[in-house]
Structures are given as C-alpha cells and as structure tokens.
Design a protein around this ligand. Structure first.
Ligand SMILES: Cc1cc2nc3c(=O)[nH]c(=O)nc-3n(C[C@H](O)[C@H](O)[C@H](O)COP(=O)(O)OP(=O)(O)OC[C@H]3O[C@@H](n4cnc5c(N)ncnc54)[C@H](O)[C@@H]3O)c2cc1C
Length: 551
C-alpha cells in the first residue's frame, strides 16, 4: 500500500478537470487539481454550452449562474451569414435570448423536451464558475502554476511528479487515481503511450486548416453593421472567410479566420490582424486587440484507449474536435460527469470491479459519435465554395447570394439545432446497463425522441408544481416509482443497503410520467442515464449489482 496525498489527482483545470473536481468534491472525495497555468486562460474559446451540459449544471445547482453570464438577457442568439458583416446578409437562424430561453423551455416538447435550453457564452466565463464551484468543495485543492511532469502507476495507485511552472523544486504526489484532463496535447495521454485515431489535417475552403483568432474590443461595431444583431456572425466570400462571436453583447468580440497558403501566425502583427478583420467587415472601424490565439480546424480524433490501470483520460485529452457544432467542451463535461460518480463509488467501496471499465466503453463510443457529427458539420460549412459572382452587383450576383443563402439557411439549422446530439447520446451495450430488449429510436443529430429505453438520458418532464422531474431525483441512484399503484420499493432499498449503494426513491403518480417511461419502475443513474426499467418481476439484487459494476 502507498501513503496517499489525496484520492484523485486531476491534471488540467479546463472544463473537464474542473467539472470532475466538482463531481468528486460534492461527494467528499479528496482531490488535487494540477494546472500548469499560473492564472486562468483569458481567451474566450468555446461559445456554446449545449442543453445537456446546462442540465448537468442545473443538477449541480449553478445553471442560473452560467445563464446569467455572457450576453445581456435580451440579446438574441441568432446565427447569421453575410458576404461581409457590413454588406449583404445571406441567411439567418433566429434563436432566443437567455430571458426567452428560460421561459420557452417550460413550453417545449418533443425534441426539445428539456429542463434547460442551450446557452451562448464564452468558455472563459463558464470556467470562472466551474473554478469557483470546485474551489468551494472542502475536499478539492486547485494548484495553479503546478505542471505535471510525469506519472507512474505503482500497482496500488499513481505517483505524479509535478513542479512549479515558473521553476522550483519537483514534488511527488500520490493518489489512488489520476485523470489526464490536460487538453489536446495531453502529456498524460503521451505518457500512457496512447495515440489518437481518426482524421487530422482535413483541408477545406473553411474550417480545415490553421486558424488565427483575435479577441477584440470595439464599442462602435454594431453601428457599422446594418443588420439586426446576432450572436454568431459568419463571413462567406472568396477572399476572407471568418466567424465572429459576440462575447458580451456590447463591445467585445471573438474573431476567427482561416489562414491562407503563405500566411503564418508568427508573421501576423496587430496591423495585419486588424486588416484581416477589416476584410471580413468591409467598413472602416478601429478595434483594440485584447488577445490573440491560433488553433487547427480539421481534427476528428479519439484516443486509442481511455484508461490504463489507475490513470484515465477525459476531455480533449481523449478526443479532439473541429469546433463545428460546439461539441468539444460539452463532450469534455459529459466525460467528467460519467467518470465522477464512478470514481467516487469505487473510492467509497460500493462500486464493483467492472464499474471503471464502463467509463471507456461508454465515453469512447460517444466520442466517436460526436467527433463524426462535428466532422459532418465542418464539411457542410467548409466544403461549400462561395460562387465567384457572390459579391457582384448584378443579377448573377443576386442569384448567387440566393443560392448561398439557401445553403446556409439549411446549414445553420443542421449545425445549431441539435437536440438529437445533445440529448440522444446513448450507452447501449455498456456492461452496466440492463437492457429490456427494446430498441432505442434512431440516432439523428437534429431530432431527439424522448425514450426511457435503458442506456439513454432519462426523459424530461415538467411537474404540476412547475419543477423539473430532474429537480426531484437523488444525487446518486434514484428508483422512480411510476403509476397510481406504486410497486413496493422495500426489496430495492434492502439490496441497495446490502451493497452500500446510495438509492433515493421518488414516486410520480401521474399518467403522463408512466406513459413517458413505459414502465412501473425505473432505475436512474447519478448521471441521469436510465440503467434499467421494469416491473414487479425484477430481481433487485441482479439489477443493482450490474448497475454498480459487481459482476
Ligand atoms: C475557437 C474554438 C471554439 C470552440 N468552440 C466550442 C464550442 O462552442 N463548444 C464546445 O463544446 N467546444 C468548443 N471548443 C472546444 C473547447 O474549447 C475544448 O474542447 C475544451 O476546452 C476542452 O476542455 P478540456 O478541459 O478537455 O481541455 P482544456 O480546456 O484544453 O484544458 C486542459 C488544461 O490542462 C492544462 N495542462 C496541460 N498540460 C498540463 C500539465 N502537464 N500539467 C498541468 N496542467 C496541464 C492546460 O493548461 C489547460 O488548462 C472550441 C475550441 C476552439 C479552439
């Protein structure tokens, strides 16, 4: 046995590492988070928090804090396409402001049957909330400015060597588990010797190549754009394709353009960066550059393995996306949600020997699914080559703009209306899911069919008192008793006690809930995934043991 400094060491305080720290911290697990940066990254990065991620933030009690960030409450989250921002508008997908989203979600059904709608906010703001929530957990210690140098599996656990990023003495920390949430360049993945598998280096007219980005300030930008406000602005032309997200709805924006052959990030000074933006805007405007960044579009990569011994991978360390569809950070958060309760269950003793295997089985399949959807979005966006006459002041130019607008009106709804992706991720075939023999609905990006078929998200329901069904579930496992004649939960509670599995029992007598779940009893996991559904004839011991990884 080794003397441990904590139970889990997380390498990297991005969205994945911080969310995992919250899941562990809320369960009282001693956790150290190593982060090589001394102070948080201040580049906006991701812009979209998907609805499922918002539902997890709601489960943890801070969805409202996140929804309050970013754009003003009445700012529309439209996605709009232009030849250049101050020239022709080509297409628009109108989407609600955060104030409208809060109200709309209570009235929507079908594909958008949900407790939360998506929220458009820069990743740097979300990370501030995640960091504060993680730091508020008594058992979580975040160590900024500490870089993981190397790690070893000792057989009993993990030894992690770390040193101050600014120089200083190296220390060794010991824990039962280590999780590499250390981003696309993941030193943890490299130390494990796992490569990425999939597509890299895709070349497209846009979203396939080296991208250059600036975060800038301009209080006058809206004055020179003669179109209604949007959240995301795309420039479609043959000269400088780009996208721009509004960061605060007032004076800060985040502009990304693809470098052309012969352009290199190192050679772009501020004057050239401003010129690139001018090309996409096509109107005179002075801007103040706050920060610059570069990244590569064209990845759809998944790590060969997600675990070896006591070391696991999550987030970009395990999968790398082209950000079309806005799935990288959201997939990273779901990794953390999946892994958090499982690690805690093992450390507390009620998780069985097969529980951790299910992490890679469930999340690797999901990563392949999501990277493949993102690649499809990038193709739809980036393989479209703007017609030569697109900007001409002629009948041919107008016709080209109409054709281009038709494409992007279709594309916007394909890429940005994705309830099927966000709610429809499934863990069919996972060893800890007990199938009832029913088949789930087909997996489609733009359509979600609520279903309690085991292996998917527990379908959502608003209760008569205005609460979400999710607000009534336990923090760990929940046994949902449905129908007007509830089945006695005592045998389930007795078996749960026998293996130490925390189980809440929640009754819902409504016909609507019984109809939605198509069953009298439903076992819902801590990550709100249906583990099993059935009736009186079930064997609670077999079901609970499988769901907890004892087999
Ligand atoms: C322009 C752009 C737009 C995007 N838009 C979206 C979007 O709208 N929606 C979406 O879902 N995703 C989007 N993404 C992707 C998203 O930003 C990433 O998927 C997300 O940051 C991944 O989170 P992570 O925690 O896995 O990794 P990261 O955010 O990369 O965090 C990893 C952390 O590990 C730290 N680290 C690395 N090595 C070490 C070490 N040796 N020791 C200690 N710490 C270390 C790093 O400093 C970093 O803080 C976008 C990305 C880009 C570039």
């Amino acid at each position: 046995m080794q003397q441990n400094d904590c139970a889990v060491i997380i390498i990297g305080a991005g969205p994945c590492g911080l969310m995992l720290a919250i899941e562990l911290g809320r369960r009282g697990i001693a956790t150290i988070v190593l982060e090589e940066k001394a102070s948080p990254a201040r580049f906006p990065a991701a812009n979209a928090t998907q609805a499922r991620t918002m539902e997890h933030y709601r489960r943890l009690g801070f969805a409202e804090k996140v929804r309050a960030l970013g754009l003003p409450p009445d700012y529309p989250t439209d996605i709009a396409y232009f030849t250049r921002y101050a020239k022709h508008e080509l297409a628009r997908f109108s989407l609600p402001s955060s104030r409208e989203a809060r109200m709309m979600v209570k009235t929507l059904g079908g594909s958008w049957s949900a407790a939360e709608l998506p929220h458009r906010v820069s990743q740097m703001f979300v990370e501030d909330v995640l960091r504060a929530e993680a730091a508020a957990c008594a058992t979580v210690s975040i160590r900024p400015g500490m870089r993981m140098v190397t790690l070893r599996d000792s057989g009993y656990g993990v030894e992690v060597d770390a040193e101050p990023s600014g120089g200083g003495a190296r220390i060794t920390l010991r824990a039962t588990y280590a999780v590499g949430a250390d981003g696309g360049g993941s030193p943890t993945r490299k130390a494990l010797g796992f490569g990425y598998v999939g597509e890299s280096g895709a070349v497209r007219d846009f979203m396939g190549g080296r991208m250059f980005a600036i975060h800038f300030r301009s209080p006058k930008l809206y004055d020179v754009i003669p179109h209604p406000r949007a959240w995301m602005y795309w420039a479609v032309n043959r000269d400088r394709r780009a996208f721009m997200a509004t960061v605060n709805g007032r004076d800060q924006f985040n502009f990304h353009t693809q470098l052309k052959p012969g352009e290199s990030v190192e050679q772009i000074d501020d004057a050239q960066a401003k010129m690139m933006f001018q090309k996409a805007l096509a109107a005179p405007l002075d801007i103040e550059i706050i920060a610059r960044s570069s990244w590569t579009a064209g990845y759809a990569l998944v790590a060969e393995q997600f675990q070896r011994g006591h070391v696991l991978l999550g987030g970009d360390a395990a999968h790398l996306f082209t950000p079309a569809g806005g799935l990288g950070y959201n997939t990273a958060v779901e990794d953390a949600v999946n892994l958090g309760w499982k690690l805690a269950a093992l450390l507390k003793g009620w998780g069985g020997p097969r529980l951790l295997d299910s992490y890679a089985i469930e999340r690797q399949a999901n990563a392949r699914r999501n990277t493949s959807y993102a690649r499809g979005f990038a193709d739809s966006l980036g393989l479209f080559v703007p017609p030569e006459e697109l900007e001409d002041d002629s009948a041919a130019g107008a016709a080209a703009r109409q054709r281009t607008g038709d494409h992007f009106n279709y594309h916007a709804r394909f890429e940005f209306n994705i309830p099927g992706i966000t709610f429809g991720g499934r863990y069919d075939g996972s060893p800890i899911i007990v199938s009832d023999g029913t088949a789930p609905p087909p997996d489609k990006p733009n359509e979600y069919v609520p279903t309690a078929c085991p292996g998917g998200r527990a379908p959502h329901l608003w209760l008569a008192d205005g609460r979400s069904l999710y607000d009534t579930l336990g923090f760990e496992f929940t046994l949902l008793q449905l129908g007007s004649k509830p089945i006695d939960p005592a045998p389930w509670q007795a078996e749960a006690r026998a293996i130490g599995l925390p189980l809440s029992v929640v009754a819902n007598a409504s016909e609507e809930a019984r109809e939605l779940y198509q069953s009298d009893l439903v076992l819902i996991r801590p990550d709100q995934i249906v583990a099993w559904r059935g009736g009186n004839s079930a064997q609670p011991d077999a079901v609970l043991r499988r769901a907890a990884g004892h087999f």
